[in-house]
Design a protein around this ligand. Structure first.
Ligand SMILES: Nc1nc2c([nH]c(=O)n2[C@H]2C[C@H](O)[C@@H](COP(=O)(O)OP(=O)(O)OP(=O)(O)O)O2)c(=O)[nH]1
Length: 130
């Protein structure tokens, strides 16, 4: 079984949060997630997250504080997911490596089919917005 460190960006803009849908042919295909990806060997997590967001969406973000750290075991992999609060800084979203994107209000997050590892991040975000 693989063990992966994955970073995820909770990008906020004018009270909305950016959700991305995974491509169909990937692990957790078509699930919604906070965009991000696997950390490369030796890479700083914040730098890795900014790289992934640039590669997947073509935008610049500022990576802030950790919102939540999740340990989740899927059938074939154990993921340590680092969820960071992020701010949209520059660029126009391009769907370079995602199926779809949506800006959603925090209260709407629960109505999306979000990857199971992300549920604690959603809960943390909702608690902050109560
Ligand atoms: N990016 C991201 N991945 C997540 C989240 N929740 C979750 O379970 N995952 C899982 C799905 C994948 O198994 C793994 C991330 O892999 P990935 O395929 O997005 O990473 P990557 O872009 O670096 O990988 P690759 O396509 O280059 O192989 O973490 C999330 O909120 N964001």
């Amino acid at each position: 079984m693989k063990q992966l460190v994955v970073t995820a960006a909770v990008i906020e803009r004018e009270g909305m949060i950016l959700l991305a849908q995974r491509k169909p042919d990937t692990h957790m295909g078509l699930k919604w997630e906070f965009p991000g990806g696997k950390l490369e060997w030796g890479e700083d997590p914040r730098a890795g997250l900014a790289r992934e967001i640039s590669e997947e969406l073509g935008i610049g973000i500022e990576v802030g504080e950790v919102l939540e750290v999740v340990s989740h075991t899927y059938e074939d992999r154990h993921i340590v997911l680092l969820g960071y609060r992020c701010r949209f800084v520059s660029g126009e979203i391009q769907m370079l490596d995602v199926q779809d994107v949506r800006w959603v209000r925090p209260a709407e997050l629960k109505s999306y089919d979000v990857a199971p590892a992300d549920w604690p991040i959603v809960d943390r975000l909702l608690a902050l917005n109560e």
